[in-house]
Ligand binder design. Sequence first.
Ligand SMILES: [Zn+2]
Length: 139
Amino acid sequence: MADRITTAQRSKLMGRIRRSDTKPELVIRRMLHGLGYRFRVQLKGVPGRPDLAFTRRRKIIQVHGCFWHFHEGCPSARMPTTRTEFWAAKFARNRERDRRLEEDATEAGWQSLIVWECELKDIGRLQVKLADFLGPARL
Ligand SMILES: [Zn+2]
């Protein structure tokens, strides 16, 4: 068998595929592409270099990890039980930064939407949310 690869090679390959497939931002990008939306990634000149920018619609989407951005009321946003003060300060800084960037974007005329990582658990519902925000796929 000529096309045989070693177990180590295979698991390395699979590990890479799995990781990139489940990264929330990539999942959302692929989904939106599939729905016919076109967008720019980390567009310079927009406050916060948003994950996704829909320039003609003047809308942006930020994909937030529930832990790092401390998604309120979400089970993934748990305060670590050690070094609590350090984490509390860090989460507060992240949230403050998110809030400020959203304000800056709004002032610059961009409408923004935050998609939380946990929303990927219900793809159907997320699609509705995205379509509601973006409007029809082709403009
Ligand atoms: Zn969440």
